[in-house]
Design a protein around this ligand. Sequence first.
Ligand SMILES: Nc1nc2c(ncn2[C@@H]2O[C@H](COP(=O)(O)OP(=O)(O)OP(=O)(O)O)[C@@H](O)[C@H]2O)c(=O)[nH]1
Ligand SMILES: [Zn+2]
Length: 361
Amino acid sequence: MSKQAQAATDTPLTGTVLAVQANFYQVQLQAAQNFPSSQLLCTRRSRLKKLRQQVMVGDQVVVEEPDWLGQRGAIASILPRQSQLARPPIANVNQILLMFALAEPKLDPQQLTRFLVTAEQTHLPIILCFNKRDLTTYATQKAWRDRMKRWGYDPILISLQTGVGLKALERPLREHITVASGLSGVGKSSLINHFIPDIDLRVGRVSERWGQGRHTTRHVELFELSKGGFLADTPGFNQPSLSNILPAQLGQCFPEIRQRLSQARCQFKDCQHMDEPNCAVRGDWERYPYYLNLLAEVTEEHAKRQMTATTEARTKRKSGKRGKIKNEPKLETKRYRRPSRRQLQQDLQNIDLDHLEHSSP
Ligand SMILES: Nc1nc2c(ncn2[C@@H]2O[C@H](COP(=O)(O)OP(=O)(O)OP(=O)(O)O)[C@@H](O)[C@H]2O)c(=O)[nH]1
Ligand SMILES: [Zn+2]
């Protein structure tokens, strides 16, 4: 064994999980540690399996028994998570990069709001980035910048074509785990190409993931940035779904509402800011109509979900003849059931005991 490899085996290995596939985990070892290989393909120790501890992309892990030749290892433990996103499933995400284009495709404020609200739901910091500034005039750029300020955001305007503004984006990405999200065609692939130097090696894989197939695949992967930090692609995050949001939570996803509520209070604690008296939020601000539309949408979704939950609680799925699935009503309470022989016997015993207790002197 070389001196370097020997030293490596003596030091506890830590790293970041880049990808999970079946029962294998691609782990990027901490850059500061000078190991013979920067990545190991790992399995999970059976102890973790027994504890039902899932390893997620983004997890910081301790790796044991490295096989430097075969580039293999085993994950011994997971360090405590700072955060955990459900969709996409990534641990320790520090921020969300919302990427839109100022033109081609046209920047649509309602669509942008859906993305913003979805991102706000995570409570993570949001970096709002507008690409393709080379396609617009200075006046248009200024108008969007001012408009976003009124919405409560400070956008970074870039052009991946000309390179303008990229320095401003580089800084917040450094040393962080960032999840990128945005519509198709806004320039996410171009962004990856710019920030990841060995992308040539990955073009096939990347275009698969960032191109056609990505809405259907649930695969998530982190890419290491040249200046440090990781960027994740976001299957399933590209068509924002508001279906999980509760009507009462929606207001908190608008900076304009948060700001108004920090200065004044609505009369009712559960005010939905529609037509309640003495509401501090209702008013003449640009996205108020968007808020009302989304509120109607999430309220409807919520009612549907509750209905489904009630139906499921009252019925059981049974496969009938020829494998046909049908819903049958569940027996509501025990009193509709015929008591089992054992239950009857037990009840009798209890009666006897009661009787004895009461009748004993
Ligand atoms: N003019 C201009 N075009 C750009 C810029 N960035 C990207 N493009 C072009 O926009 C198109 C889409 O860019 P991609 O990087 O593929 O965008 P994407 O978001 O990955 O899109 P999909 O791969 O369709 O998901 C390409 O033709 C790019 O050349 C830019 O800053 N300015
Ligand atoms: Zn209100």
